[in-house]
Design a protein around this ligand. Structure first.
Ligand code: CAA
Length: 273
Protein backbone atom coordinates (compact mmCIF):
# COMPACT_ATOMS: atom_id res chain seq x y z
CA UNK A 1 0.00 0.00 0.00
CA UNK A 2 1.26 3.48 -0.80
CA UNK A 3 2.31 5.38 2.30
CA UNK A 4 -0.35 8.02 1.91
CA UNK A 5 -0.58 10.42 4.81
CA UNK A 6 -2.90 8.72 7.25
CA UNK A 7 -6.02 10.78 7.83
CA UNK A 8 -5.62 11.25 11.53
CA UNK A 9 -2.01 12.36 11.03
CA UNK A 10 -3.18 15.50 9.34
CA UNK A 11 -5.14 16.65 12.34
CA UNK A 12 -3.97 19.89 13.87
CA UNK A 13 -1.77 20.74 10.91
CA UNK A 14 -1.66 24.34 9.77
CA UNK A 15 -3.45 23.48 6.55
CA UNK A 16 -7.02 22.32 6.81
CA UNK A 17 -8.55 20.55 3.86
CA UNK A 18 -9.90 22.61 0.99
CA UNK A 19 -13.68 22.66 0.68
CA UNK A 20 -13.51 20.83 -2.62
CA UNK A 21 -11.37 18.02 -1.22
CA UNK A 22 -13.70 17.97 1.78
CA UNK A 23 -16.89 17.72 -0.30
CA UNK A 24 -18.27 20.86 1.35
CA UNK A 25 -19.62 24.25 0.42
CA UNK A 26 -19.63 27.14 2.87
CA UNK A 27 -21.62 30.32 2.43
CA UNK A 28 -22.22 33.28 4.70
CA UNK A 29 -25.15 35.62 4.16
CA UNK A 30 -25.23 38.26 6.89
CA UNK A 31 -25.93 36.53 10.20
CA UNK A 32 -26.57 33.14 8.57
CA UNK A 33 -23.89 30.62 7.59
CA UNK A 34 -24.73 27.53 5.55
CA UNK A 35 -22.55 24.44 5.38
CA UNK A 36 -23.56 22.07 2.59
CA UNK A 37 -22.31 18.52 2.32
CA UNK A 38 -21.86 18.52 -1.43
CA UNK A 39 -20.94 15.04 -2.64
CA UNK A 40 -24.48 13.78 -3.34
CA UNK A 41 -23.31 11.18 -5.86
CA UNK A 42 -21.55 9.46 -2.92
CA UNK A 43 -24.39 10.26 -0.52
CA UNK A 44 -22.23 12.93 1.13
CA UNK A 45 -19.85 10.37 2.60
CA UNK A 46 -17.38 12.08 4.93
CA UNK A 47 -13.59 11.83 5.05
CA UNK A 48 -11.00 13.23 7.38
CA UNK A 49 -10.79 16.13 4.95
CA UNK A 50 -14.48 16.85 5.66
CA UNK A 51 -13.91 16.97 9.41
CA UNK A 52 -10.74 19.00 9.06
CA UNK A 53 -12.55 21.54 6.86
CA UNK A 54 -15.46 21.68 9.33
CA UNK A 55 -12.96 22.42 12.11
CA UNK A 56 -11.44 25.15 9.94
CA UNK A 57 -14.88 26.73 9.46
CA UNK A 58 -15.37 26.72 13.23
CA UNK A 59 -11.95 28.33 13.74
CA UNK A 60 -12.67 31.21 11.38
CA UNK A 61 -16.43 31.67 11.58
CA UNK A 62 -17.20 35.38 11.11
CA UNK A 63 -18.31 36.96 14.36
CA UNK A 64 -21.49 38.33 12.83
CA UNK A 65 -22.86 34.81 12.24
CA UNK A 66 -25.70 33.87 14.63
CA UNK A 67 -27.21 30.83 12.93
CA UNK A 68 -25.41 27.96 11.19
CA UNK A 69 -27.38 25.62 8.96
CA UNK A 70 -25.86 22.23 8.13
CA UNK A 71 -27.48 20.53 5.15
CA UNK A 72 -26.77 17.80 2.64
CA UNK A 73 -27.28 17.86 -1.09
CA UNK A 74 -29.20 15.07 -2.82
CA UNK A 75 -31.30 12.24 -1.41
CA UNK A 76 -29.25 11.69 1.77
CA UNK A 77 -27.95 14.05 4.44
CA UNK A 78 -24.85 11.84 4.81
CA UNK A 79 -24.03 8.14 4.52
CA UNK A 80 -21.31 8.53 7.16
CA UNK A 81 -17.65 7.79 6.86
CA UNK A 82 -16.31 7.08 3.40
CA UNK A 83 -16.23 3.30 3.25
CA UNK A 84 -12.98 3.41 1.28
CA UNK A 85 -11.37 3.95 4.71
CA UNK A 86 -12.01 0.25 5.35
CA UNK A 87 -10.14 -0.83 2.20
CA UNK A 88 -6.37 -1.32 1.96
CA UNK A 89 -6.15 1.51 -0.60
CA UNK A 90 -8.04 3.96 1.58
CA UNK A 91 -9.10 7.46 0.48
CA UNK A 92 -6.53 8.95 -1.93
CA UNK A 93 -4.24 11.30 -0.03
CA UNK A 94 -5.85 10.47 3.30
CA UNK A 95 -4.89 6.88 4.03
CA UNK A 96 -7.02 4.10 5.43
CA UNK A 97 -7.87 2.54 8.76
CA UNK A 98 -4.96 0.13 8.30
CA UNK A 99 -2.58 3.10 8.17
CA UNK A 100 -4.32 4.69 11.18
CA UNK A 101 -3.93 1.42 13.10
CA UNK A 102 -0.15 1.76 12.87
CA UNK A 103 -0.01 5.24 14.37
CA UNK A 104 1.34 5.87 17.85
CA UNK A 105 -1.24 6.84 20.46
CA UNK A 106 -0.36 10.53 20.52
CA UNK A 107 -0.69 11.00 16.75
CA UNK A 108 -3.89 9.01 16.73
CA UNK A 109 -5.34 11.00 19.61
CA UNK A 110 -4.47 14.39 18.08
CA UNK A 111 -5.99 13.34 14.77
CA UNK A 112 -9.31 12.31 16.27
CA UNK A 113 -9.30 15.43 18.44
CA UNK A 114 -9.02 17.61 15.33
CA UNK A 115 -11.83 15.67 13.67
CA UNK A 116 -13.98 16.15 16.78
CA UNK A 117 -13.29 19.89 16.69
CA UNK A 118 -15.18 19.90 13.40
CA UNK A 119 -18.30 18.94 15.35
CA UNK A 120 -17.84 20.58 18.76
CA UNK A 121 -17.94 24.22 17.70
CA UNK A 122 -21.53 23.82 16.52
CA UNK A 123 -22.53 24.00 20.23
CA UNK A 124 -20.91 27.38 20.90
CA UNK A 125 -23.27 29.68 22.81
CA UNK A 126 -22.77 32.53 20.32
CA UNK A 127 -24.50 30.58 17.53
CA UNK A 128 -27.47 28.29 17.05
CA UNK A 129 -26.87 25.39 14.68
CA UNK A 130 -29.61 23.62 12.76
CA UNK A 131 -29.21 20.32 10.93
CA UNK A 132 -31.59 20.00 7.97
CA UNK A 133 -31.78 16.25 7.52
CA UNK A 134 -33.34 14.25 4.71
CA UNK A 135 -32.86 10.60 3.81
CA UNK A 136 -30.01 8.73 5.43
CA UNK A 137 -27.98 10.14 8.33
CA UNK A 138 -25.70 7.22 9.10
CA UNK A 139 -22.74 7.02 11.47
CA UNK A 140 -20.75 10.22 11.09
CA UNK A 141 -23.83 11.67 9.36
CA UNK A 142 -25.98 10.96 12.42
CA UNK A 143 -23.26 12.40 14.66
CA UNK A 144 -23.06 15.58 12.59
CA UNK A 145 -26.81 16.02 13.00
CA UNK A 146 -26.41 15.38 16.74
CA UNK A 147 -23.67 18.01 16.95
CA UNK A 148 -26.22 20.66 16.00
CA UNK A 149 -28.52 22.36 18.49
CA UNK A 150 -31.69 21.57 16.53
CA UNK A 151 -32.69 18.99 13.96
CA UNK A 152 -35.41 19.67 11.40
CA UNK A 153 -36.02 16.51 9.39
CA UNK A 154 -37.84 15.37 6.29
CA UNK A 155 -40.31 12.54 6.79
CA UNK A 156 -38.02 10.19 4.84
CA UNK A 157 -35.23 10.57 7.41
CA UNK A 158 -33.32 7.45 8.46
CA UNK A 159 -30.97 7.89 11.41
CA UNK A 160 -28.60 5.02 12.11
CA UNK A 161 -25.63 4.75 14.49
CA UNK A 162 -23.88 2.16 12.37
CA UNK A 163 -20.44 2.25 14.04
CA UNK A 164 -20.88 -0.74 16.39
CA UNK A 165 -22.03 -2.86 13.43
CA UNK A 166 -18.73 -2.04 11.74
CA UNK A 167 -16.61 -2.80 14.81
CA UNK A 168 -16.16 0.88 15.79
CA UNK A 169 -17.56 3.25 18.40
CA UNK A 170 -19.21 6.58 17.64
CA UNK A 171 -16.31 8.99 18.31
CA UNK A 172 -17.31 12.19 16.58
CA UNK A 173 -18.86 13.67 19.74
CA UNK A 174 -22.27 12.09 19.15
CA UNK A 175 -22.66 9.91 22.24
CA UNK A 176 -23.25 12.70 24.78
CA UNK A 177 -25.88 14.66 22.84
CA UNK A 178 -27.59 11.38 21.97
CA UNK A 179 -27.86 10.36 25.63
CA UNK A 180 -29.01 13.86 26.59
CA UNK A 181 -31.68 13.87 23.90
CA UNK A 182 -33.15 10.39 24.17
CA UNK A 183 -31.95 9.05 27.54
CA UNK A 184 -29.44 6.33 28.32
CA UNK A 185 -31.60 3.27 27.68
CA UNK A 186 -32.85 4.50 24.30
CA UNK A 187 -29.31 5.54 23.31
CA UNK A 188 -28.12 2.01 24.13
CA UNK A 189 -30.99 0.57 22.12
CA UNK A 190 -30.17 2.71 19.05
CA UNK A 191 -26.39 2.29 19.14
CA UNK A 192 -26.09 -1.33 20.19
CA UNK A 193 -28.57 -2.54 17.58
CA UNK A 194 -27.48 -0.06 14.86
CA UNK A 195 -31.13 0.01 13.87
CA UNK A 196 -32.73 2.64 11.68
CA UNK A 197 -34.83 5.34 13.32
CA UNK A 198 -37.46 6.88 11.06
CA UNK A 199 -39.13 10.28 11.29
CA UNK A 200 -42.04 9.34 13.53
CA UNK A 201 -39.82 7.74 16.16
CA UNK A 202 -37.17 10.46 15.83
CA UNK A 203 -39.77 13.11 16.65
CA UNK A 204 -41.31 11.04 19.46
CA UNK A 205 -38.01 10.38 21.26
CA UNK A 206 -36.65 13.90 20.86
CA UNK A 207 -34.15 13.40 18.05
CA UNK A 208 -36.01 15.84 15.82
CA UNK A 209 -37.70 19.11 16.73
CA UNK A 210 -39.81 19.16 13.58
CA UNK A 211 -40.79 16.77 10.78
CA UNK A 212 -41.85 18.07 7.38
CA UNK A 213 -42.35 16.76 3.85
CA UNK A 214 -39.06 16.61 1.93
CA UNK A 215 -40.12 19.45 -0.36
CA UNK A 216 -40.82 21.65 2.67
CA UNK A 217 -37.47 21.15 4.41
CA UNK A 218 -35.69 24.26 3.13
CA UNK A 219 -38.73 26.45 3.93
CA UNK A 220 -39.08 25.01 7.44
CA UNK A 221 -35.39 25.71 8.11
CA UNK A 222 -35.75 29.25 6.75
CA UNK A 223 -38.68 29.87 9.08
CA UNK A 224 -36.76 28.54 12.08
CA UNK A 225 -33.80 30.75 11.19
CA UNK A 226 -36.09 33.79 11.08
CA UNK A 227 -37.54 32.88 14.51
CA UNK A 228 -34.03 32.48 15.95
CA UNK A 229 -32.89 35.81 14.55
CA UNK A 230 -35.90 37.56 16.08
CA UNK A 231 -34.48 37.36 19.62
CA UNK A 232 -31.76 39.49 21.19
CA UNK A 233 -28.35 38.20 20.16
CA UNK A 234 -26.59 38.53 23.53
CA UNK A 235 -29.59 37.27 25.49
CA UNK A 236 -29.77 34.24 23.20
CA UNK A 237 -26.09 33.43 23.81
CA UNK A 238 -26.48 33.86 27.58
CA UNK A 239 -29.61 31.69 27.59
CA UNK A 240 -27.86 28.98 25.59
CA UNK A 241 -24.99 29.06 28.09
CA UNK A 242 -27.50 28.62 30.91
CA UNK A 243 -29.35 25.78 29.22
CA UNK A 244 -26.20 23.90 28.25
CA UNK A 245 -24.77 24.24 31.74
CA UNK A 246 -27.98 23.11 33.46
CA UNK A 247 -27.47 19.31 33.32
CA UNK A 248 -24.19 19.44 35.25
CA UNK A 249 -25.30 21.99 37.90
CA UNK A 250 -27.42 21.61 41.00
CA UNK A 251 -30.60 23.69 41.21
CA UNK A 252 -28.83 26.06 43.57
CA UNK A 253 -25.84 26.42 41.22
CA UNK A 254 -28.15 26.97 38.29
CA UNK A 255 -29.99 29.68 40.22
CA UNK A 256 -26.69 31.45 40.82
CA UNK A 257 -25.82 31.13 37.13
CA UNK A 258 -29.22 32.63 36.17
CA UNK A 259 -28.66 35.59 38.54
CA UNK A 260 -25.18 36.19 37.17
CA UNK A 261 -26.30 36.13 33.54
CA UNK A 262 -29.31 38.34 34.31
CA UNK A 263 -27.22 40.90 36.13
CA UNK A 264 -24.98 41.16 33.07
CA UNK A 265 -28.02 41.49 30.79
CA UNK A 266 -29.71 44.19 32.85
CA UNK A 267 -26.48 46.16 33.19
CA UNK A 268 -25.89 45.92 29.45
CA UNK A 269 -29.46 46.97 28.62
CA UNK A 270 -30.08 49.70 31.18
CA UNK A 271 -26.66 50.91 32.38
CA UNK A 272 -26.86 54.37 30.82
CA UNK A 273 -30.61 54.96 31.33
N1 CAA B 1 -18.77 5.77 1.56
C1 CAA B 1 -18.41 5.81 0.26
N2 CAA B 1 -19.29 5.75 -0.75
C2 CAA B 1 -20.60 5.66 -0.43
C3 CAA B 1 -21.04 5.62 0.91
C4 CAA B 1 -20.05 5.69 1.94
N3 CAA B 1 -20.38 5.70 3.23
N4 CAA B 1 -22.38 5.52 0.92
C5 CAA B 1 -22.77 5.49 -0.36
N5 CAA B 1 -21.69 5.58 -1.19
C6 CAA B 1 -21.67 5.58 -2.64
C7 CAA B 1 -22.00 4.22 -3.22
O1 CAA B 1 -20.87 3.40 -3.24
C8 CAA B 1 -22.52 4.61 -4.58
O2 CAA B 1 -21.41 4.89 -5.39
P1 CAA B 1 -21.38 4.40 -6.95
O3 CAA B 1 -22.54 5.11 -7.58
O4 CAA B 1 -20.05 4.86 -7.43
O5 CAA B 1 -21.57 2.92 -6.90
C9 CAA B 1 -23.23 5.93 -4.34
O6 CAA B 1 -22.70 6.44 -3.12
C10 CAA B 1 -24.73 5.78 -4.14
O7 CAA B 1 -24.94 4.80 -3.13
P2 CAA B 1 -26.15 3.76 -3.17
O8 CAA B 1 -26.38 3.32 -4.60
O9 CAA B 1 -25.89 2.72 -2.15
O10 CAA B 1 -27.35 4.74 -2.75
P3 CAA B 1 -28.71 4.38 -2.05
O11 CAA B 1 -29.47 5.66 -2.02
O12 CAA B 1 -29.32 3.17 -2.68
O13 CAA B 1 -28.32 3.93 -0.55
C11 CAA B 1 -27.27 4.22 1.58
C12 CAA B 1 -27.88 4.91 0.34
C13 CAA B 1 -28.33 3.43 2.35
C14 CAA B 1 -26.74 5.37 2.44
C15 CAA B 1 -26.13 3.25 1.17
O14 CAA B 1 -25.32 3.90 0.24
C16 CAA B 1 -25.28 2.80 2.33
O15 CAA B 1 -25.67 1.93 3.07
N6 CAA B 1 -24.07 3.38 2.46
C17 CAA B 1 -23.11 2.98 3.49
C18 CAA B 1 -23.49 3.50 4.87
C19 CAA B 1 -22.46 3.16 5.92
O16 CAA B 1 -22.29 2.01 6.31
N7 CAA B 1 -21.72 4.17 6.42
C20 CAA B 1 -20.73 4.04 7.46
C21 CAA B 1 -21.32 4.54 8.77
S1 CAA B 1 -20.27 4.28 10.15
C22 CAA B 1 -19.38 5.72 10.34
O17 CAA B 1 -19.71 6.74 9.82
C23 CAA B 1 -18.13 5.53 11.19
C24 CAA B 1 -17.53 6.71 11.83
O18 CAA B 1 -18.08 7.76 12.04
C25 CAA B 1 -16.16 6.59 12.37
Amino acid sequence: MAEAKAPYQRGGSARDASFEEAGLRFEVDGEIATITLARPEKRNAQTFATWSALAGIGDSLPERVRVVVVRGEGPSFSAGIDLRMFTPEGVPGQGSFSSVARQDQDTFDKGIERAQQGFLWLRRPEIVSIAAVQGHAIGAGFQLALACDLRIVADDVKFCMKEPALGLVPDLTGTKPLVELVGLAKAKDLCLTARIVGAEEAFRIGLAEQVVEPGELAKAVQEKVAQLLSTNRDAAAATKRLLQGAPTRTLEEQSVAERTEQAARIRALFAGS
